[in-house]
Design a protein around this ligand. Structure first.
Ligand SMILES: [Zn+2]
Ligand SMILES: [Zn+2]
Length: 167
């Protein structure tokens, strides 16, 4: 007999199967939590951060079907739109680094930080954001291009990754 609670349980199991387990810095522990021997890891082996399998804002499972062969952690929760912790961490790290770029004026540093946020959000203004980003990072010079690449490469969309970094 199928009761409503067994239906609920079945759907909870199905959701658990679909969850990825990811640390708050964005290291993927496993894409298929329920089937993985690592599905019970509470902390990340790479960086020691806590792991999560659901959105901290709304509790929806973290989808395991984002991307295809090269699984990348989703950037935003598709149930509530909140950025995941690794997305917030990358934006914060990029902003903090931007503040150290003293070849840029204070105003330019603020422009660069806005462009970075726009690029990660991939909103309608991304063409302009990409242009500002390129120009300001070029002006900052030194290691800036590489440092920003490493911080941002996993938290921008496929299209922006290709257009900025060619891969
Ligand atoms: Zn980690
Ligand atoms: Zn959510």
């Amino acid at each position: 007999m199928i009761t409503s609670s067994s239906v609920e349980e079945a759907s909870l199991v199905a959701e658990a199967r679909d969850s990825a387990l990811i640390c708050t810095q964005g290291h993927v522990i496993t894409r298929w939590m329920a089937y993985s021997p690592h599905g019970d890891r509470r902390f990340c082996e790479e960086c020691g951060s806590p792991t999560l399998s659901s959105c901290p804002s709304c509790g929806a499972p973290i989808p395991s079907d984002a991307g295809n062969y090269a699984y990348r952690p989703p950037r935003f929760c598709r149930a509530c739109g909140a950025p995941y912790p690794w997305t917030e961490a990358a934006i914060a790290a990029a902003h903090a680094y931007a503040d150290t770029l003293h070849r840029l004026s204070r105003q330019e540093r603020e422009l660069l930080k806005g462009a970075i946020t726009d690029l990660v959000r991939d909103d309608a203004g991304r063409q302009g954001a990409a242009l500002r980003y390129r120009a300001l990072v070029a002006k900052a010079g030194g290691a800036a291009w590489d440092v920003f690449h490493d911080i941002l490469v996993n938290v921008v969309s496929e299209a922006i990754r290709r257009s900025l970094y060619g891969a």
